[in-house]
Every structure is written in structure tokens, then in C-alpha cells.
Design a protein around this ligand. Sequence first.
Ligand SMILES: [Zn+2]
Length: 349
Amino acid sequence: MSEDHEVRRGLLERLDRGPVICAEGYLFELERRGYLQAGGYVPEVVLDHPEKVRELHREFVHAGSDVVEAFTYYAHREKLRLVGKEALLESINRQALALAREVALESGTLCAGNVCNTNIYVGEQTEAEVRAMFEEQVGWAVDAEVDFVIGETFSWLGEAIVATEVIKDAGLPAVVTLVPHRDPATREGVQPAEACKALEQAGADVVGLNCSRGPATMLPLLEAIRSAVSTHVAALPVPYRTHASEPSFQSLHDPQVAHLPEGRSFPTGLDPFTCTRYEIAEFAEAARALGVDYLGVCCGAAPHHIRSMAEALGRTPPASRYSADMSKHAYFGTDHAARPEYRDYAREL
Ligand SMILES: [Zn+2]
């Protein structure tokens, strides 16, 4: 990261030199910290507590993220209308972009704008309205001089293509990712690899998958995407232990907890399914080996996951200064300075 600090390279130049890491998951992390409401899920926190968003951006960069993604997820006209906050649309977007840009500039990282699923797209008849929603958000991102724009969590290929077109029309690199649900095909029924090929043809610079699936159930989808496209491939799983019969984090079921709201672990009871940092490192290595070069972690990510991902890619971000070193542990340590009477007692712990 330090070499990039001196010469600030763009996204595509960085990808030509090696993998790029993008930390995500702002909704979940700020919800856990008590500054955002689950369900409503709009990033009003950028106005109410900008210092908390700035701090989380800095923590992710400290942990190894190459990108500061503006926290405009769900800050679109439809979602704000649903929660009765449409009047805040422009101010949330502009503030989120300003915070991201501030941290990107101070750290030499890239600043990304962000658009996502509009929740109104149901086919061609809704394209014009969806396009207008993307155009206003991408317009604010252009004003904020972002380095590129992320379009993410699309269930519909058609909607993802509109996002790609709007970002490319604005003259910016586009990272466009689809969300793989229980059935990983798009809602039109297009398999991820074929859908990513269509996004590449629409002009996306990076295509792939984000959210919903954890490492174990996202990884098997990546090889087909890598072979189907010639451009860069993205993979940003959620850090949860999804598996063959419950492949998405919405479908995870925790039999040990009797009282979950509406009987679901998603989104506030997922803690026992959280991946360790080591599982994230394994995912990063495996995805990298397949040729995935835009890597990150989505909803549920915390800085230790990002550091682990960065280290798995051979980096030493500033947070690596504090990476675990158990040799000095009083009981489990191997260092000769650890007292033998205590090391011998380790088996009793
Ligand atoms: Zn997510």
C-alpha cells in the first residue's frame, strides 16, 4: 500500500499489478455498533454520526482495504421513500461521498461510489425509472470525483446492465456484481457465468459476485465466471458459514436459539455462524488461485477479516503490527521467557 501512497494509481492500473481488496459490510458493522437500524437499513448514520463512518473507513484501510467505498448503499430514492426519508436523499449521498473521499485522500486509497439493487426493477418496463435512480446517484459520485463506481447486489441481470451503462456513460470504471441467492441464477434465470459475460459485454471493467453467500458456497461459482469472461473478476462473500443445504445467509437456521425474531437468524442472530479470520484467509487464497483479482468481504465483515484477507495475499497492512503472536502467551507461549510452571499448566486450561 505504501508504494501506492506515493503515486496514486487508478483501479485498473492497480488490478494490472495485482489483486485489489475492497472492504464492505458497513450496514452490518454500524448496526452492531448501535448506529444503524436493521430492517430499515439506510445509511443515515453519515449525517447523524459522520465520525463513526469516517472511523470505520479508517479501520478498514488500516486492515488492508485498497478502496474506501462511499456508504451510499440503499441511499436511493425507493429505499428512502420506504422509510419516509426521501428528503434526505441528496444530503446522505453527498455526505457519504465526502467522507469516503476524505479518508481515501488521506490514506492514498481509492474512493468508490456505490449504487445497488433498487427494489423496483421487475423487467424492461421499469428500466427508465431505475436508470433515473442510478443517474442521480452516479451524478453525485462524479461530483465527488470518485475513482470508480461499484454497482452491487443485483438479483436481476437487466438491472445490473442498466447500472453498468450509467456508470460507463459517466466515464468511470465500473465494478458490477450480482448477488447469488439459494439459486445462484439471476431472477431472469441466467447462470452467474453467463450473466457476468453479459455485464462484460455491457462495458463493466470488473464483474462477479457479492453478498448473500459465504465463502464455502460462493467459491464453487467462481471458476465458471473466471472462464467465461476475459476482464477482472470480483468475489465478496459474506463472512458466514453457509453450506450446501443453506447456501445463503438468509437461509441459515440456528437450532440452538429458541427465540429468534421471525424464526430467522438473518440478519441479527448470525453471530454463531461467523467465519474465523482463517476461513477468510483460505477463501482469499483459493479465489486468488482461480484468478479472482478483486476481493473483499460483504455484510458481516469486520476489520480482522480484512487484515486476514490482506495477509493471505502477501500484504502487511498497518494492522499487521498487531497480528497474533502466541509465542509470548503466558500459558501457550513457546518463548523461553514464558515461565515453565505456567506453560506446563496450559493443558489444564
Ligand atoms: Zn452484503
